[in-house]
Design a protein around this ligand. Structure first.
Ligand code: ATR
Length: 301
């Protein structure tokens, strides 16, 4: 007897007996762009597969993911609010998932469910594709939640000159500096935190920054985490402001534009993290066949 959920937002691998089946799990999930992105990746790499979506109820992630894998599903992407549940669910964590403290990609290997995290690699690849150098850059990272932690490792591995973390609740920024202290030291990065208040003081914040990344959830509510006073000196025309939120010019991006800085939303990061997950599932040798930047251009048109 098949006891899998039958609602429209549960992709049942049994419904696609001839192909490998993948899905993205989140809540809400109806408007996720991931199925469209993976459909294009599969087309580019000539892979026969199906990629659907699953809406899990809060607290029910493990049940939904287990049902999917039990029914023969090959891999899952995981989005808000389940990346921590996915980390707990995974039997084995890759080093970068461990460092990120979260999992956005699950796959089966040798009978175990592996958890990986491709978010940080996706951000780095999107920045580099946009011509934004990270090596030697002076970076300000806004936020110290899951999104910020997820990208810290890959950013530090690119050896910026300096990476300053700031967060509304300062103690979380201080914790992240401690957690990533060894990696920063290995890469000779000056890693430090600064309070929101001190960010307004040019003496303490030593602005402007080459790259300012908004990893807070403030963009979702049309607020900027930066006060007007802080934004005034943090950006100059050679700064690049990156908001992980996509689909709109956020208040944070507007502040940067007013100071003459260049801006980007996070759509490229979404596409690049998807491409990375796709290669994990289908084989790294397909990297020559896929073109994530073309998919990004199509999504923006
Ligand atoms: P996520 O996984 O998206 O990072 P999270 O772990 O809940 O979600 O973290 C949300 C982040 O956005 C935190 O850094 C949070 O700051 P606090 O730690 O002080 O809560 C930040 N954030 C959310 N709303 C914000 C706002 N209006 N202004 C500034 N920071 C905000």
């Amino acid at each position: 007897m098949n006891s899998l959920p039958t609602n429209k937002l549960f992709t049942n691998p049994n419904d696609f007996p001839d192909v490998d089946v993948y899905a993205v799990v989140g809540n809400p999930i109806a408007h996720s762009k991931s199925p469209a992105i993976h459909e294009q990746l599969a087309e580019q790499a000539q892979q026969k597969m199906h990629y659907g979506r699953i809406q899990a109820e809060l607290g029910d992630f493990a049940k939904a993911a287990q049902s999917f894998f039990d029914a023969g599903g090959k891999g899952l992407n995981v989005t808000v609010p389940f990346k921590l549940d996915a980390q707990v669910f995974a039997g084995v964590l890759t080093p970068r998932a461990q460092l990120a403290g979260a999992v956005n990609t699950l796959y089966i290997q040798d009978g175990s469910i592996f958890g990986d995290n491709t978010d940080g690699a996706g951000l780095v690849r999107d920045l580099l594709a946009q011509g934004i150098p990270i090596q030697g850059a002076r970076i300000l990272l806004l936020g110290a939640g899951g999104a910020a932690r997820g990208v810290l490792g890959p950013l530090l591995e690119q050896s910026p000159e300096q990476l300053i973390i700031t967060n509304r609740s300062n103690e979380k920024a201080v914790e992240l500096v401690q957690l990533f202290g060894d990696l920063a030291k290995n890469r000779s990065v000056n890693l430090a935190s600064i309070t929101f208040n001190d960010l307004e003081d040019p003496e303490k914040a030593s602005p402007p920054f080459d790259l300012v990344i908004n990893a807070t959830a403030a963009g979702l509510t049309d607020q900027s985490p930066l006060s007007a006073a802080a934004a005034h000196h943090i950006f100059n025309p050679s700064s690049f402001a990156y908001d992980m939120v996509y689909g709109k010019t956020t208040a944070f991006m507007q502040q940067a534009l007013q100071r003459g800085a260049r801006v980007s939303d996070g759509l490229g990061m979404l596409v690049e993290q998807a491409a990375d997950a796709f290669l994990i599932w289908r084989g790294a040798d397909l990297s020559q066949m896929i073109d994530p930047r073309l998919i990004l251009t199509q999504l923006r048109s």
